[in-house]
Ligand binder design. Sequence first.
Ligand code: IVH
Length: 689
Amino acid sequence: MPNTLAPITDEDAYLRALNQARSAAAAYHGGGDSQMDDAAYDRLIDAITAYEQKHPDQRAADSPTTLVAAGALPEGSVVHATPMLSLDNVFDAEELARWAQSLGKRLGGVPRGFHAGPKIDGLAVAAHYREGRLVQLVTRGTGTTGEDVSHAIGTIDGLPVELDTPVSVEVRGEVVLLQSRFEEANRIRVAHGEDPFSNPRNAASGSLRATGRGYTIPLSFYGYGLLSAANGETGRLIREEMTHTELMKALGSLGVQTVDDTPVGTLTSPLIKDIQAYVGRVATQRADLPVGIDGIVIKADHPQDQAVAGSGSRAPRWAIAYKLPSLEVISTLAAVTWTTGRTGNIAPRGEVLPVEIEGVTVQFATLHNPGMIARLGLRIGDRVVVRRAGDVIPQILAPVTSARTGQEKPIELPTVCPGCGGEIDMSQERWRCLKGRACNLPASITYAVQRDVLDIQGIGPKIVAQLVAQEAVQDVADLFTLTLGQLTEATGSEKTATKILDRLAAAKQQSLARVLCALGVRGTGRSMSRRIADFFFSMSAIQAASAAELRQVEGIGAEKSAWVIAELAELEPVIAKLAAAGVNLVEPQKSAPAADTSGSGQGAGAALPLAEMTVVATGTMTGRLERLSRNDIHELIEKAGGRSGSSVSKNTSLVVAGDKAGSKRTKAEQLGVRVIGPDEFAQMVSAYL
Ligand code: IVH
């Protein structure tokens, strides 16, 4: 898709463009499905603005470029004593610097300070508290009047019915649906016979405004404004001279969730270069945030600066939105393909017409499982919302049902396993080949012998295929009872076979985490296996764990805990064979917390060089670390008492940057996280190398 729209050259085209923009804005603000993604809408508005600048005489009085929310907001019955304005936008550092300069000119000097916080992508509301009690909730509406949505009081996380102090205030902020709740929200919605929402923002707006549906979708609130109540005593909380930073603190102290509470927090500084660095940090982190954000809002922090700068009819002059390119785009679902993975999981993959999301071309996107396809009523040819999250594969969120032409075709679900042609277990949302791991046995054994798992050098995919063909291996435990004869037959050389036998003998001493990982339980790759092993210390404890106990491990939710229990039960004979073959099934270092003789009561970890630290390794390791695989490094970090992280955030304590360390290093530098080289790191953990 081009990044600019062909210029509008005549009045007819101008009027058509106005209509297009109005209907897109109506869908966006009215909780309906927009057929245009944010980027396409912004390009349209740019083209309209350019035309209006050239032909001011033709500018429509009600042009979407001059009205709050393009004039598309549903009118309501509640008057906002202080209007709820829009924000003007900037799109890059240069435009931000220019805005700051022009603000400085208006103020006759540099602003006393800037406040920057995430621009939450939800639905703006005003929450009226009387003596600490939430009495009315109103949408932004036209900015002057809004709709009463008080029916939602008590259903929104972060917007308490009762404040911690009995003050009379008006709280402003954004109502959102957390990203993690989107799938669940659509499940509820579809179960009630309605079309799925196309994205979390839509879901928030549709859910907040709906009454009497007989179900509630769990919404959340993030505050960004605190005003005295229009007609009442404030309880002496708000003072005129308070900065925006102070107001946000006060809002938080009332028990309301604010923009300060997002993982990116907020920043106050007099220097625009600090603000720019903050924008950079938010931009790198936003795909992983629990809440959708579409930019950063930068405000003059001081009330006097705000008063002097003043406001226009649409937007204040003391604040600006730094818009970030959308992570969600609309494309067309061209095909769906199915594969059986090494754990027996049968997964659909969507092929979409190539689209660019933040400079990356997306062509494939996950559809999770057949249950989701059915729930969303997805069809081939559908326009679909595709979202790119952090490091994971892009996802198809939902179809844009309003864009249907009638030409869409149903998605054919497999009736037999795409791997082996056998039966499918369809009893759960996620389908699985009835043969489980055995369906794709070569893939599951090849995975288990990898360097990062059991580390049995000399066995590659070819030998695995041989062993499977010979029926010498039917599961991972069979590896440990292979005979010299079987291995000689598979490799064609007794010498090689002898070497492999030695390695197999050594592999019996691998850590519990690696053995667990080798079993190939769904959802338990290398790092999850380490977390589980660290928590339970022995295979028997893992096997005996209840769902609630498993959920105490970070990253295990209801679904994963159920798989782990079911699959470990299924794997019981394999685990018994491993035990019989003498394979280690305990975590020796961790099973002895009695080793804590420090008397500190903090466990043995307190004396370890990386105790309490989250460490991220990136780039190519050199020196003493050169020969270690990424997994070896993770293990090294954990042996030295640290936690190994995969992405850099403000919670990262240390980044080990090898050669060609790219974005993670940059991000660490932006966040002020300590960065060291492989040699320095090797020294820190030398006792464990
Ligand atoms: S300040 C007068 N701060 O973005 C200043 N707005 O496009 C008004 N929004 O109407 C808004 N996060 O609904 C502000 N941290 C934030 C925000 C935020 C989201 C919304 C708000 C506003 C719209 C403007």
